[in-house]
Design a protein around this ligand. Sequence first.
Ligand code: PHE
Length: 444
Amino acid sequence: MSHSKTTEWGSRIGFILAGAGSAIGLGAIWKFPFWAGTYGGSAFIIPYIFFTFTIGVALVMAELAIGRAGRGSAVSAMKRLGGPAFAVMGGIGVLTSYIILSYYSVVGGWCVKYLFDALGGNLVTSDPKLLADNFGALVADPAANISWHLIFLTLSCGVVAMGVVAGIERISKYLLPMLFVLMLLITGRSLTLDGAMQGIDFLFNFSFNKLTLESVMNAMGLTFFSLSLGCTILVTYGLYLKDSTDIPSSAGWISYLAIQTGILAGLMIMPAVFAMGQDPKAGPGLVFITIPLVFSQIPFGAAFAALFYVCLLVAALTSAISLVEVVVAYLCHEWHLSRKRASLLIYITIFLLGSASALSFGPWSGWTVGGKILFDLLDYVCTNIMMPAGGLAIAILAGWIARDKFRAQISQVRKYPEGVLRFLTFAVRYLAPVMVLLVLISGL
Ligand code: PHE
């Protein structure tokens, strides 16, 4: 029997921070602000908050409940509750995490590189062309791209190898509070710039005519991605839950922290972007090109830029850790590897797979499927197909097949009013599958 079978989180707060660490990632700090920008500010933010606190939070509970009721890796937990077909879906969840990790780690590497540059004072410059060229040169340079990916992956696998409590929980307890404090600091700086109000306006100014089907669909998709749903992360974290931890309130906290961080990221970035007259819709280049440019024009900008990349790295790291843990838990339980060996195996193979993604920006950029290089292809397949499919399996398992166990799990510690239970069951049985199907269809 592997040692991790008896592992439990040290404290409820440690578990909540680890779960929030998984949720808060590049999705919150990088995607959310520019999507909110692109889709008309609050016309995107309001549906996003709505989806998070209805279907999102219900699915978070469903995953945690399945993990604790099934007490196994995602594969054995889902099999125990739903039979062999759900074991397969659990396996797909593990595979999804594995693939996401491979390309997420490449972007994590960029965060490490930008942090180093910022610390060395070599990052901020007011020349936009130079910044764009630097970023282009980094992603196209195989040696650099692969080396930074390796450094990021070493950190992620290293933490997981240390264990659930001594590694994941401990680091989350230090890093997440630090992340919030740093974000508040940068937000303070950003909001006190001349012209900052335009950024606020851009984020929160609501107009009905901006509310389009596209903005609503994308808000749904981001809810999914930013809560790390559908790839059995929270099933795995649920496996380590104490019997005495209340699932609904924990899920509420995780969802709240995820939303709060997204909004804080918007407040940290957009006012500064507007104050400095930059384009809020810069898209993917926003954090690697626009941000250094913005900081170059702000007093003490170099220091704030370094803090910003600390935030970005912390967010990416705690998410990557959760991806590694899903696969480690699987290898420990199903292949009976030790935690250290499992981490090492992932380290080596993800180094190779991630390197292929890294190369797809440079020498392998000619290899495309449907116009997408490998990096984009993997991201597309994972976020638009595999995660929603995993989410659908979770919703069916918790809402239909093992509904009684789901209800027992969520009311195990605290007795919630019958109306709350009914709503949650309804959300998992009906709302979540509909939402997931819509995400799937809109993704395709
Ligand atoms: N939630 C993470 C983010 O916002 C992304 C992620 C997805 C992490 C799936 C783990 C699993 O960046």
